[in-house]
Design a protein. Structure first.
Lengths: 201, 757
């Protein structure tokens, strides 16, 4: 009888916990997730245990994302590090927003741009974006093989939407990945992301 | 909507300049709208160029896609060696905004690159104070409408009198729900004069207004700050006699420092104030002084016309204990709703007593009172002990619930009182629990759970446990029934420090427990009831019906939250629970383990079936077609409200939820009445419905702005009024009609209040 009461109480308490805007600062454990890729296949963060994972919050409708794709910057990073890290692009745009693109349209546009993320993940309800505290497109996270967030922030230090500004900017993600390759702690673990507001529900 | 998208993306190609000439060929297929300049972009630019030539004598506004930008000079000329103030005026299209120096969760500050004559120097922008710009769960800091960023330009001491040309290459990010980087090259034909240049009509007022919006730098103010437990607290002491600001917000200069979307709580501390806000990164170590701007709702008494004050608060380890930590009312509290602690406590007490009469609490209490009847004729000590334990159950669960709410809010969640009913899972569990309790009352099965206290002679200890649980249960189901008086009290209290909030909630619990406690202390009243006998079995069975009625209500709430299918699954799940209960009861005397196995497995299957799978998106539940004789509600959104108010349209907002019983009662008795519907139509008032049935942070934020955190709330925005008028929680048709009839009758035919959807 007591157990029944306890189970009841625990279940009721569990129901109290709402979806809230959380955060995944550098140094914290990366929130686990399961999302579907453009082919509709489930992809788990846990699938990549032991590997370095890069998360890139993405929305082609955003001029700041366009900056890094029209300049070829993001594709170059994806290709350069694609062999050693798992590059996951995540799209948290809500389906009612004008920027929302269906998986088929995204597949085509990604091909046209020559983009090479390992997976492109649909986070249409925005739950994963909210769990990570992702604020802008792009917003970058680097997760090490033990599942710890080692970088959280902007793609680079030139906060503009002009593709010409990619040249000469310090790319924080590249720096983080090089630091990790060299076996050093990431020198700049967190910066303020810049870009368009993520179009959450 | 789609056509705007292309124009917006086209803006990327045009607005950001032609230098974006990166590879085009292979990409064209995927994103044709990126490329080329659409006619919608080209024409304004040509027009702007033409305008430029025509007005070259002064400055001319440059029109970009979403902004009109212009350089202004306060005076006709500068004086050698002395700073002259100029301004970059940005006029945003409706719903579009640009950003403050700290843009908040996203965005970019506006920048300008000056091209000045030899020897001139330019100062940095003097930023007007920002406004909060919520977007989904995020909040940005910036400007909408028209704003002017001031800067000082200083000619060298040896500047020769005569005309000069100033060029400012400004770029900014302008956003609504999409963002466009824009830029403009702005020219100002200026001069150096010998004597003191005359002020220019028109510009003097414009600059005075702009200066008033720049945060004041003050001498007499003291400020300090401390960081602990993930919170930044800024303590500031204005000079003597400062009047409590109704509401204050702290905007830090530094980015990624606080959570822009988190609520900020303002408390009075001796002669000063404390503002507490959630930190974005608790581990920041490189800060010595917290700099930023505090913006209040009204002007500060010693700073006429100024809403914003610049502060630099040195970081200290901790503050001295406050002389008297008095709460600051989270204005605008309506008259009589109690802005002081004593009034809040009193209203909470009254509200707690009234909770006992609410339809969701009554069945639980009925059962409890019946339990008392059983014991009333026996041991009076045992009786009052039961009353005390029940009261403790109520009190403890009020405190736990309030503590949980405060903790979650401190964690940044936008939640309000009654929040647990925003969870379909909780609603489902509650329905299952009530359903089982009702079956138990019918005698389908005997089960030493919540309902046993009134039926069997279990040990004293077991009786106390049940009395306590009855108190817990009563509280859980009571919270959605915000009684009258409680709305203001709960809104007030959540903005206070934890101790005060908890005191108010405890008072609510005391009020709610009081009638039952009184009955247990004075069993004389109970003795007038018949002695225990067969009538009790009848009473017990009768009490099952209000419980079933509550289940019906919860099923309806679930339907509004998660749709028709969820209700179907719930009912199917309840059917399985009934089967499980019947098996459990039918073979109650069986020693066989099979009884538990079957009952348990079927009950588990029932719960699994009923378990809801996610709520509907906010807003989807409210798109209903109005019927004749009903108020033609349109869906509320902050943008929609702003749009209507900007157009001078009177607006009536109903903050409601399916689980808010008072709301439903008001809807029937006060709102869906012929005279009210007619008054809305006659006066051209647009009725908006903000449905909080599911968790919606925008509505939580809007309620917080009104100083509320519980439903119902009725806000009436008269045209031109700065603040909405809040109508009473217990609404009557005549209150609404009276309020609307204060509006002047419209000149032409009433604006039709028909919904768009």
């Amino acid at each position: 009888m007591k157990t029944v009461r306890l189970v009841c109480a625990a279940a009721i308490a569990a129901a109290f916990v709402p979806a809230a805007f959380a955060n995944a600062p550098a140094g914290s454990a990366a929130p686990a997730f399961t999302l579907t890729d453009l082919a509709g296949k489930a992809v788990k963060l846990a699938d990549f245990k032991g590997k370095t994972v890069v998360l890139e919050w993405h929305n082609f409708g955003c001029p700041f994302v366009q900056k890094h794709y029209r300049s070829g910057n993001m594709q170059a990073l994806q290709k350069k590090y694609g062999g050693e890290v798992v590059w996951l692009a995540v799209n948290s745009t809500n389906a009612g927003h004008q920027d929302y693109m269906k998986p088929e349209a995204l597949t085509k546009t990604l091909t046209d741009f020559g983009a090479a993320p390992a997976k492109y993940l649909m986070d249409e309800p925005g739950a994963v974006g909210l769990a990570y505290g992702a604020k802008t497109t792009p917003h970058m996270y680097v997760i090490d093989g033990t599942g710890k967030v080692v970088y959280n922030g902007a793609i680079d230090d030139n906060r503009s939407a002009n593709p010409a500004d990619v040249k000469g900017a310090k790319n924080y993600v590249a720096v983080a990945l090089e630091d990790m390759k060299a076996g050093k702690p990431v020198s700049t673990p967190s910066t303020t992301p810049y870009g368009c507001t993520i179009k959450y529900k | 909507m789609k056509t705007t998208k292309y124009a917006v993306l086209g803006g990327m190609g045009g607005g950001a300049g032609e230098e974006l000439s990166t590879p085009r060929g292979p990409l064209r297929g995927g994103f044709p709208e990126f490329y080329g300049m659409s006619p919608t972009r080209l024409l304004p630019r040509l027009a702007a160029a033409a305008a430029f030539l025509a007005f070259a004598a002064q400055a001319a506004p440059v029109r970009t896609e979403r902004v009109e930008a212009e350089l202004h000079a306060e005076k006709a000329a500068a004086v050698a060696g002395k700073p002259a103030t100029v301004g970059l005026r940005l006029k945003h299209d409706e719903h579009w905004h640009t950003y403050w120096k700290n843009p908040g969760d996203s965005g970019l500050p506006t920048k300008i690159k000056w091209t000045l004559p030899e020897g001139w120097t330019a100062g940095a922008f003097q930023w007007p104070h920002p406004e909060r710009l919520p977007f989904g769960p995020l909040v940005n800091y910036g400007y909408s409408g028209e704003t002017m960023l001031l800067a000082e330009l200083t000619p060298p001491a040896n500047a020769k009198p005569g005309p000069v040309t100033i060029t400012g290459d400004a770029d900014w990010l302008v956003c609504s729900d999409v963002c466009i980087p824009e830029k403009a090259s702005l020219r100002l034909e200026f001069a150096v004069a010998e004597g003191d240049p005359a002020p220019r009509s028109g510009e003097t007022a414009r600059f005075a207004k702009a200066r008033a919006s720049v945060p004041a730098r003050t001498e007499g103010w003291k400020a300090e700050s401390t960081m602990a437990g993930g919170l930044l607290t800024v303590r500031f002491v204005p000079p003597e006699g400062a009047v409590a600001p109704g509401k204050a917000f702290f905007f830090p200069d530094r980015e990624s420092f606080i959570e822009p979307a988190a609520p900020q709580s303002l408390t009075r501390d001796g002669g000063g104030f404390r503002l507490a806000v959630k930190l974005a990164q608790p581990e920041l170590k490189d800060i010595g002084t917290v700099a930023g701007v505090i913006v209040t709702e009204g002007a500060w008494p010693d700073l006429p016309g100024r809403k914003a004050v610049e502060i630099a608060a040195p970081l200290v380890a901790s503050f001295p204990a406050p002389a008297a930590a008095l709460p600051v009312p989270d204005a605008p509290a309506p008259a009589g709703s109690g802005g002081s602690l004593a009034a809040a406590l009193a209203f909470a007490f009254l509200g707690g007593i009234l909770l006992n009469l609410m339809p969701c609490v009554f069945p639980v209490l009925g059962i409890k009172v019946m339990g008392f009847v059983k014991h009333a004729h026996g041991d009076s000590r045992a009786l009052w002990m039961q009353g005390v334990v029940f009261s403790a159950g109520v009190l403890v669960s009020f405190l736990v619930l309030a503590g949980l709410l405060l903790a979650l809010r401190a964690g940044g969640a936008q939640l309000g009182w009654g929040f647990q009913l925003q969870s379909p899972a909780f609603v489902t569990l509650l329905a299952a629990l009530f359903f089982l309790m009702a079956l138990n009352l019918f005698g389908v099965f005997e089960w030493g759970g919540f309902a046993q206290s009134m039926t069997s002679n279990v040990s004293a200890q077991g009786r106390y446990a049940d009395a306590f649980l009855a108190g817990v249960l009563a509280t859980l189901v009571a919270t959605p029934c915000t009684a009258p008086f409680m709305g203001a009290a709960v809104g007030f209290t959540l903005a206070q420090p934890a101790a005060i909030s908890l005191a108010v909630f405890a008072m609510l619990g005391v009020g709610m427990a009081l009638p039952v406690l009184a009955l247990s202390l004075f069993p004389g009243a109970l003795k007038r009831l018949p002695r225990p006998g067969p009538w009790m079995e009848t009473f017990k069975q009768v009490m099952a019906f209000p419980l079933f009625a509550t289940v019906v209500w919860l099923a309806w709430v679930l339907g509004a939250q998660a749709g028709n299918d969820a209700v179907m699954m719930l009912l199917a799940g309840l059917l399985l629970l009934a089967l499980a209960a019947w098996i459990y009861g039918r073979w109650a005397h069986s020693e066989s383990l099979l009884r538990f196995v079957f009952a348990g497995a079927i009950a588990a299957a029932g719960l699994w079936l009923a378990w809801p799978h996610g709520a509907l998106a906010p807003g989807t539940a409210q798109a209903s077609v109005p019927r004749a004789g009903e108020v033609p509600w349109q869906a509320w959104s902050p943008e929609k409200l702003a749009e209507l108010r900007a157009a001078g349209t009177p607006v009536f907002v109903d903050f409601t939820a399916a689980w808010c019983v008072t709301c439903q009662v008001n809807k029937r008795v006060a709102l869906n009445r012929e005279e009210v519907v007619k008054a809305f139509a006659d006066r051209g008032v647009v009725p908006l419905k903000a449905d909080w049935t599911n968790h919606d942070p925008r509505i939580t934020a809007a309620l917080a702005e009104l100083g509320r955190n519980a439903l119902p709330v009725y806000a009436f925005y008269a045209p031109g009024a700065a603040q909405p008028k809040l109508l009473p929680e217990v609404l009557t048709a005549s209150i609404v009609v009276d309020e609307l009839s204060r509006l002047p009758a419209p000149k032409q035919a009433a604006v039709p209040a028909t919904p768009k959807n």
